[in-house]
Design a protein around this ligand. Structure first.
Ligand code: NAD
Length: 271
């Protein structure tokens, strides 16, 4: 039998970091082998299992990502863009695979992540849940079937702590809708409407963002035309669904060649 896959968590005290610790610990075939937090974080030195409410796992939260990543098979990073760029560089250096869930990266930062994919397997997805992976595939298909008479709007709601908008998932759904119409999202995206906007141009893909409370993540893709609306919707009631996907992706990277992968690859929808 193969040894347990050694997982390192970057951002081990974060909401998703803790959820990833809980999920990896509950999953056969892997073990938490290291965890880091940002320099000066109040939880440094604490046991990452205790922090997540599991009891001690014998893994202290450290602030040296290079040393941590050198000792693991795969790094799971749900943090902030700058930290994830650094994790990707270190993972490529150390030969560790990477599961990167952070959203809000600008194109230069995404390009930095892609550099690592020449050296190691990287799973990159703005949303690691099975449901949203299927929703994106459906969105692409439906956008192609309905054509330009249907206006496409993506509506999302998240908890009050979220720092980027529209959500990475909303943008991924917009990208899927644009792909279904064989256009680039950047050419048709409308993320802000305020004041005297004029009538809605045909072909636009619009985004609306709601923030409040503890909502884990809700997304609707609305296809509206004269006389009818078709709505595809996903609601996450727990962050656990993202961690289930992240740990599944981590296990999937074992012996995987270097390259850029997404959740469609992990779930076997795409080769
Ligand atoms: P959070 O603020 O609770 O956690 C982020 C953690 O990263 C914090 O603990 C912070 O201290 C830590 N951090 C910051 N800089 C660091 C560094 N240099 N080294 C180590 N740790 C560092 O946020 P969250 O709700 O857990 O979300 C984190 C990210 O994951 C966001 O971008 C969010 O959009 C994304 N997210 C993705 C998915 C997905 O399925 N892909 C799901 C949920 C959230």
């Amino acid at each position: 039998m193969a040894d347990d896959l050694k997982i390192g968590i970057v951002g081990g005290a974060g909401r998703m970091g803790q959820m990833n610790v809980i999920q990896a610990t509950a999953t056969e075939g892997c073990v938490i082998a290291g965890a880091t937090e940002s320099p000066g974080h109040a939880a440094l030195g604490e046991d990452v299992g205790s922090l997540a409410g599991l009891g001690p796992l014998g893994v202290e939260l450290g602030d040296d990502p290079a040393a941590m990543i050198a000792g693991v098979d795969v790094v799971v990073d749900f943090t902030v863009p700058q930290a994830t760029v650094e994790t990707a560089r270190l993972a490529a250096q150390a030969g560790a695979a990477l599961v990167a869930g952070t959203t809000g990266l600008d194109p230069e930062q995404e390009a930095e992540i892609e550099k690592a994919t020449r050296h190691v397997a990287v799973v990159r997805a703005a949303n690691m849940s099975v449901g949203v992976t299927v929703l994106a595939a459906l969105t692409e298909q439906v956008a192609g079937m309905l054509g330009p008479d249907y206006d496409i709007e993506v509506l999302e709601m998240h908890h009050r702590h979220k720092i980027d908008a529209p959500s990475g998932t909303a943008l991924a759904l917009g990208t899927a809708a644009a792909a279904g119409r064989k256009v680039a999202l950047d050419d048709v995206k409308q993320a802000v409407r305020d004041g005297h906007t004029g009538a809605r141009p045909s072909g636009e893909i619009g985004f609306a963002t709601l923030r409040g409370g503890d909502v884990a993540g809700e997304h609707s893709v609305i296809f509206a035309t004269d006389g009818e609306r078709l709505v595809l919707q996903h609601k996450a009631s727990s962050r656990r669904v993202f961690a289930v996907g992240a740990v599944r992706a981590a296990l999937w990277t074992r012996d995987r060649p270097a390259g850029l992968y997404n959740m469609r690859h992990v779930l076997g929808f795409e080769n």
